[in-house]
Ligand binder design. Structure first.
Ligand SMILES: [Zn+2]
Length: 375
């Protein structure tokens, strides 16, 4: 959920399909300056910023979701997917894009994370579900992720930073190479998370969305606080959540917004949550990770995958003979303090297949009524 701005710079700018580079730059001897200017304008006309239709957005999201599932695997449990889909679908109805076909995918990893891909592909990890204690917390996190989609934060980043530009006559979907690179770039962005402004916007929108659905608005903040406590000994950024000063500011802002808007919704639904979700959260030091280089989604940037290994295992030779379990934990801790992102580098599950869930209007309505949620 937090994107370092340097990543945007690091992602290659792709100018595709136009053959020879433009005659830009300083005056070229022998050609009148006015002629060069004309050429420049022509060149600018040939390039257009990426415009993505809703249909393309959904297709792009499907491509990104493929990469996310390939990396983390999918929990093959229809009941869990059904529950998350019911909560998510109630929230989508209160969003600004209620007709977008959202999909909710539970990733098979202990890392605590969530990824919103364009077009309505919302991913949440088993580790995140394990750390939550109520449906209001789940709703808070899902609403935040849904808002990244409805506000087109990823699409906006691609356009704003001109990561992909195409010729005026070209179709983004009909050029397989161009499309592949677009999926690469988008996957990297989704995995890296968003900038501060987008996070704050999604916190605010998500709060309103969860409240409109009838959930106690404190859910997101309570979850973030628990995660922050869990990660207090690691100095690096952890997955979707930023470092501590930023987190403190975030929590304070959430509190302020709840107070200022005198939200009235009260559904917490801790019991229903426990009846549907039985995962438990692992301590950060017990989460198996893979090497940072292999964690990237886009094949273009990822180093060859290495065997998944227990976090800190690679440092075991540094432990003196007779080293206790505690010492091993200390070594693991120091790895975390070097900036290893346990959540993002968490090992994923073996099965990548999406678990399809169909929820009828009647089922959704029964679920809403049972929880005393808003129509
Ligand atoms: Zn976010």
């Amino acid at each position: 959920m937090s994107r370092p701005t340097t990543l945007l710079v690091a992602v290659a700018v792709l100018a595709v399909g136009l053959g020879a580079p433009a005659a830009a730059g300083p005056q070229i001897p022998g050609i009148p300056k006015s002629k060069q200017l004309t050429d420049l304008v022509k060149r600018a006309d040939q390039l257009r910023d990426l415009v993505i239709t809703e249909e393309e957005e959904i297709k792009l999201g499907a491509g990104v979701s493929d990469r996310v599932r390939e990396r983390y695997g999918v929990v093959q449990d229809a009941a869990v997917h059904r529950y998350v889909t019911l909560v998510g679908t109630l929230l989508v109805k209160k969003s600004t894009r209620p007709n977008l076909p959202f999909r909710f995918i539970v990733l098979d990893t202990d890392g605590v994370n969530a990824f919103a891909a364009p077009g309505g592909y919302i991913h949440i990890t088993r580790g995140a579900l394990g750390l939550m204690s109520s449906e209001a917390e789940l709703a808070g996190v899902l609403a935040h992720e849904i808002s990244h989609v409805t506000e087109k934060h990823t699409i906006g980043a691609i356009q704003k930073n001109k990561m992909i530009q195409i010729g005026a006559e070209e179709s983004i979907t009909k050029n397989p190479e161009l499309w592949g690179r677009l999926v690469d770039v988008t996957s990297d962005l989704v995995m890296a998370g968003f900038g501060r402004g987008e996070e704050m916007e999604s916190d605010r929108d998500g709060l309103a969305m969860a409240e409109a659905a009838g959930y106690a608005p404190a859910g997101l903040g309570e979850f973030l606080k628990r995660l922050s406590d869990r990660n207090q000994n690691s100095s690096g950024k952890q997955g979707l959540f930023a470092s501590h000063p930023e987190m403190k500011e975030r929590l304070a802002t959430l509190d302020k917004q709840i107070k200022a808007r005198t939200y009235a919704s009260t559904a917490v639904l801790a019991e229903r949550y426990r009846a549907n979700i039985s995962y438990t959260a692992k301590p950060v030091t017990e989460i198996a990770t893979v090497e940072a280089g292999s964690a990237g989604l886009a094949g273009s940037t990822a180093k060859p995958a290495e065997e998944p290994k227990k976090k800190g295992f690679g440092l075991s030779t540094l432990i003196k003979p007779g080293g206790s379990e505690k010492k091993s934990a200390e070594v693991t801790g120091s790895a975390a303090s070097r900036g290893v992102d346990t959540e993002r580098n968490a090992k994923g599950g073996p099965v990548k297949t999406m678990v399809a869930v169909k929820v009828s209007a009647a089922e959704l309505e029964a679920f809403r009524k049972e929880g005393n949620l808003k129509a």
